[in-house]
Design a protein. Structure first.
Length: 319
């Protein structure tokens, strides 16, 4: 059996309609779900003790969440400036800033300058939850809560940004066109063994788990050959996709029906969260996961800062 490292990345447009009984998002008075709860503050970035080096700024800040607005880009309540030289990719394929739009989940490597109070991207990667052909409203067998402005058509190839609810449904915050030439991809949780392997219920024709084991968050991709699905890549998909290149980390997540955070994120016991709640978690990397030091309700598409209006100087401390 394996250590469970399930990755949940951020989404936008999640409503009480899609999460019945869940509290409204983008509301509250601060802290987690408006509780005002905070972790005792320490020195450094998110309590890491990391210091400003050379001309200023933090060696790296990792941001994983949904694009909620433009004017540069806004992710996790942070305005991230996007210089022309910053590389942008969609699932590993180079593209330009024009390909970015609201609702996409992105992983941004950035530099925070405390002197200028500015976050500047050094790279941006768009990450999809699933991409492939639509079949009776599903994609690769995954149930989708489609946006109101998108009527899925069987046979249409799409790439979906979003997050899974506890019942396994992917709530689509963005639906992009996708070329069959790019193949299919799926992020989810591995179950089974070498004899019968599934990724979030989608059976994978593989005989080698590439060192992964049951319960691992993974990304699979491949192509169709002569009408059959073929897997070309199966890799772990950790909470911290930046490795050791960042000293601070902020990710957008959703709690499950029991109010649990995704495995891989350690939250101090003095902070409580509710079920089916979208949150922005700030903290520091801990291997492939993270140790949190604060959490706030996540902004929705069209919103910019966090509802508790916490300044970046407090979220990413340098002293």
């Amino acid at each position: 059996m394996i250590g469970r490292r399930i990755l949940v990345l951020g989404l936008a447009g999640l409503t009480s309609l899609l999460f019945p009984g869940a509290p409204g998002f983008g509301q509250g008075t601060g802290g987690i779900g408006g509780t005002g709860a905070r972790v005792a503050e320490g020195g450094g970035i998110g309590g890491t003790g990391a210091r400003v080096a050379g001309g200023g700024g933090i060696g790296g800040t990792g941001i994983v969440g949904v694009v909620t607005d433009f004017g540069s880009i806004w992710v996790n309540g942070i305005e991230v400036e996007l210089p022309a030289e910053a590389p942008i990719a969609i699932e590993g394929r180079a593209t330009g800033a024009a390909a970015l739009h609201l609702g996409q989940v992105v992983a941004v490597h950035a530099i925070w300058s405390p002197q200028e109070q500015r976050m500047t991207a050094t790279s941006v990667s768009v990450r999809y939850q699933v991409a492939g052909p639509v079949d009776d409203g599903r994609v690769l067998g995954q149930p989708i809560a489609w946006p109101r402005d998108h009527a899925p058509k069987s046979g249409e190839w799409v790439a979906i940004s979003g997050l899974r609810r506890a019942d396994g449904v992917i709530v689509a915050s963005s639906v992009d066109p996708w070329s069959p030439e790019h193949g299919w991809l799926l992020r989810g949780t591995l179950t089974g063994d070498e004899g019968s392997v599934s990724l979030s219920g989608f059976e994978l024709p593989v005989s080698d788990l590439s060192g992964l084991t049951e319960g691992t968050a993974a990304r699979a991709s491949g192509v169709w050959r002569q009408g059959r699905l073929a897997v070309e890549s199966l890799t772990a998909d950790p909470v911290n996709p930046f490795g050791g290149s960042v000293a601070a980390l902020t990710v957008e997540v959703v709690t499950d029906s029991r109010g649990q955070l995704p495995p891989g994120i350690t939250l101090p016991a003095n902070i409580a969260v509710r079920a089916n709640q979208r949150l922005v978690i700030d903290g520091r990397p801990a291997g492939t996961g993270m140790t949190a030091n604060r959490a706030s309700p996540a902004p929705s598409v069209g919103q910019r800062g966090l509802s508790d209006a916490t300044p970046l100087s407090n979220r990413f401390r340098t002293e």
